[in-house]
Design a protein around this ligand. Structure first.
Ligand code: SF4
Length: 305
């Protein structure tokens, strides 16, 4: 194994965070999570790390506090293997929706090993329900990555077996630059890529907004740039990370009250967009299955020891 799992934490049928050491001696974390009230045969979600930390340093993300390099293909696959072997040692995964998300620590578009993993997953497991999900902030200068990703999706994950997500968080361009402080694709560029990426039968491409106070989401701006036949909008609360607190970022979606954004959802729907409001489990947040929290906490402990 190219990783050694040293700790896990959580609740068996809600979310478990695994902490592992890679050969370099650095720590990573990955997660197994379930949808409440759905058995593993219906839905099973793995959330993988693709880097040690992340160089992007988004204002709301604990993973972005430090960057220690990309993970290799073997190190990413080992995360899947560890979780799968505990439940299905024969590698036959009888789950209708087996989601493998590259969203825990690190920006996938900066690591070509993510593409190698995507090419290899279908051969590694007997998993007819496999649906990989790549979530990106669309960094500039990674056109080759995105071109190859499109080819891989068309080759291995046709007919709705792939979820593409752009995390853009606000329609205010200046504030987007503040939140995600690197050069990124503009909305036009994301839209152009989406036009090429989406083919009939695919899942719509997700535009993800972690809703924050003072970071507007304007339906008319979304409508100006994105085709509602190809893109949908997902709204999530801001995860309760340490960085979010340090940077005074406050969620504009009340985790205990989805109705707090009724007007926004209504306005988007009236423009033709499908809207998913994804609150997540409060308990899951408490377990800490949100981006980069655990390793950051552990690293801090190690730093002071
Ligand atoms: S949100 Fe994603 S891209 Fe931003 S710092 Fe965290 S891991 Fe990196």
């Amino acid at each position: 194994m190219s990783i050694e799992v040293i700790q896990n934490y959580g609740k068996e049928n809600i979310a478990t965070v695994f902490i592992a050491r890679t050969k370099s001696g650095k720590l990573i974390e990955f997660v197994e999570s379930f949808q409440p009230n759905l058995p593993i045969e219906k839905k099973w979600v793995l959330v993988l790390s693709v880097m040690h930390g992340c160089p992007v340093k988004c204002l709301m993300c604990d993973a972005g506090q430090q960057f220690g390099g990309n993970l290799s293909k073997e190190e990413i696959l080992a995360q899947v293997d560890h979780i799968v072997s505990r439940r299905f040692p024969d590698r036959k995964i009888p789950t209708d929706k087996f989601k493998v998300q590259f969203t825990r620590m690190g920006e996938p578009a900066y690591n070509n090993a993510v593409l190698d993993v995507l090419e290899e997953l279908p051969a590694q497991y007997n998993a007819p329900g496999l649906i990989p999900s790549v979530s990106t902030i669309a960094p500039e200068g990674r056109d080759d990555f995105f071109a190859r990703l499109l080819e891989i999706k068309n080759k291995y994950y046709k007919h709705g077996k792939f979820q593409m997500q752009f995390s853009i968080h606000t329609t205010d361009f200046e504030k987007r630059d503040k939140l995600i402080p690197i050069k990124k694709w503009s909305f036009e560029q994301i839209s152009e890529y989406g036009e090429k990426f989406f083919v009939e039968g695919d899942r719509k491409i997700t535009l993800n907004f972690a809703l924050m106070k003072d970071y507007p989401v304007e339906p008319k701006v979304i409508d100006e740039y994105f085709d509602s036949n190809k893109f949908l909008v997902k709204i999530t609360p801001l995860n309760p990370t340490k960085k979010a607190t340090d940077n005074n970022l406050i969620s504009a979606l009340d985790s205990e009250n989805e109705n707090s954004i009724d007007k926004l959802v209504e306005d988007l729907r009236s423009l033709g967009f499908d809207v998913i409001v994804s609150i997540g489990e409060l308990e899951e947040n408490q377990i800490g299955s949100n981006c980069g929290q655990f390793v950051t906490a552990i690293t801090k402990i190690q730093d002071v020891q």
